[in-house]
Design a protein around this ligand. Sequence first.
Ligand code: DLL
Length: 433
Amino acid sequence: MSAIWNPAVETMPREELRQLQWERLQSTINRCYRYVAYYGSVFNEVGVQPEDLQSFDDLRRLPFTTKQSLRDSYPYGMFAVPLREVVRLQSSYGTTGHPTVVGYTSNDLDHWTDLVARSFTGVGIGKEDVVQIFFGYGLFTGGFGFHYGAEAVGAAVIPVSSGDVERQLRVMQDFRTTALAGTPSHALHMGRMLEKLDLDPHSLSVRVGLFGAEPWSENTREEIERLLLLTAYDSYGLAEIGGPGVSAECECRCGLHLAEDHFYVEVVDPDSGEPVPEGELGELVFTTLTKEAFPLLRYRTGDVASLDTSPCACGRTLARMSRIKRRTDEVLIIQGIRVAPDDVGEILRAFPEVGEAYQLVGREEGQGDALEVLVEVGVIQDLSLQSLERLRERLEENLRRTLGLELTVRLVEPQTLHGPAGRQPRIRDERAL
Ligand code: DLL
């Protein structure tokens, strides 16, 4: 079994961990109440003072923080420190309108690096490794998050960033990459390209991959492992809570160990908001315990998973979450990018030739994940093939540019998507999840 990055915390008896969480929770509650105007008014509205919260259960007296609260506070309204103490800004990726801006103090960055270092160490990636990071570097938290974590464990990091699969393969061969970090869909794509180009996977040195940022299945895992001859692990996180490093699998691959010393996790029924018993599926709700710049209380993730606090064979005592089974809201994650139907609708509304209904279809194609947007045409004077094709191209170009994502548009006849049988769902995910 691989080493443990921070054994003092990762194998801490759960009683002690609870105590540590409680101390940190109290200071986070105070920080939010005093320094984040939004939380100040939330406390006043529900008639609660920080000192009224005397147990983890009491935390439930506070309402959930939602994506909407973050949108309303765009860009810096939820920050608990002045900007001069912020040393990094990142953002949630791929949604239009108002994405969430997250800030980090220097301590926040140290913690983040430490968490990703835990994830790498947990899957046996360390000093001896050459790590190729093909998450995007930029506002998306994947690239920089994984980068600093990999450096911290002493690996040689190749910051190749996302893009061009053939180039990735060339770098993998030439630099003798031993570990990959990126989205599973991109890894799969790389594997398939290898096969297509008839390159022998045995000519590569890669042995392990740490993947995440999007839903993937056991089938995809097996396929990636078969094509690239590596062992693939899952890692999870979200920008609002800090980015990757929130949880990751260990070599036992029986759930993702949560960094409970930095996050207090609740699993709730998405409809009632009430806690569900351990082991049952529910929506993950996070309270940050150490964040200085961007603390959040009871943040609803929209991600559905279950929790398991039983001991793990690896020796870690940190609870494990299952894979993310689904989302509570209507969001399609394609190539690691979250696409909300409302965002697509907003773009389409600018085109008078477009009808009411549209549908986002996620597919698995030879090249990896693909998004097709079906758009009903509206009232159009000129129904010539040429003019329809021009409309299609304009829509495609506009959606691609705004969503920052490769996609295709198909025009469909009026009433196809909301015919007599009722309105079709705005999302259809045909990938074998
Ligand atoms: O995806 C952070 C990250 C980067 C995680 C690299 C892991 C690796 P966001 O762009 O804010 O942040 O997207 C977060 O992506 O709420 C989930 O719905 C989804 N997601 C992330 N990891 C997984 C995973 C990063 N392993 C949103 N399985 C989250 C399923 C995932 N869904």
